[in-house]
Design a protein. Structure first.
Length: 201
């Protein structure tokens, strides 16, 4: 019986190549070549995405603590009005920042039955058009969000006595953060790369 020993420098066999391709496709939601996750998220984008994730987690944790404190105080017939108002402001920020975090991972709700019936090229075109429409909507949200923030500068929150612009600012900031990830999705689609390449851990 003869035993063949292959060194690490030997080229991969056809079986190994097939296994690697199959493994790459398992990381994708679809079997299209453009969806293979072969490239990582750019360092700057990953850093930005991590900051968005941490901000969402931190704000959510603060809300939980504030609500818990208020519930305990209500049990002893006490109340801190500012905790309720601050929680409302933070909830708005979590909503829009969390939307950006979801966009980073492609986790927004989508009805894909029609797109799934299309071929690879037609599907890329449909997805690109959908992302272009998303870009247009986000740009409108940023534009009008800034207008709302400007109007909110003259009004103040009842208890915290802060400009209402602090709460309204979540809209353009969240839309701008989401726009970054949508544009990267669009780049991935056009370059036939996976939209999951930049998915966070």
């Amino acid at each position: 019986m003869s035993v063949t020993i292959k060194s690490a420098s030997d080229p991969p066999t056809d079986v190994q190549l097939h296994s690697q391709k199959a493994e790459a496709k398992m990381l994708s939601n679809t079997g299209d070549d453009w969806h293979l996750t072969e490239h990582g998220e750019p360092a700057a984008l990953r850093l930005f995405g991590t900051a968005i994730d941490m901000a969402t987690i931190a704000l959510g944790a603060i809300i939980i603590v504030l609500v818990f404190i208020n519930v305990v105080l209500h049990a002893v017939e006490r109340d801190l009005a500012w905790t309720t108002e601050l929680s409302e402001v933070l909830m708005v920020w979590v909503t829009f920042i969390g939307g950006a975090a979801a966009a980073r991972r492609g986790e927004h709700i989508a009805i894909s039955e029609l797109v799934d019936l299309l071929g690879s090229r037609s599907r890329r075109v449909a997805l690109a058009l959908a992302q272009l429409l998303s870009v247009a909507v986000l740009l409108l949200l940023i534009y009008f969000g800034v207008k709302v923030v400007e109007m909110g500068l003259s009004n103040r929150l009842t208890v915290l006595d802060l400009p209402m612009a602090v709460e309204y600012l979540a809209l353009p900031v969240g839309a701008a953060a989401t726009l970054v990830f949508v544009l990267y999705d669009l780049f991935n689609i056009i370059s036939r790369r996976s939209c999951e390449d930049r998915a966070g851990d």
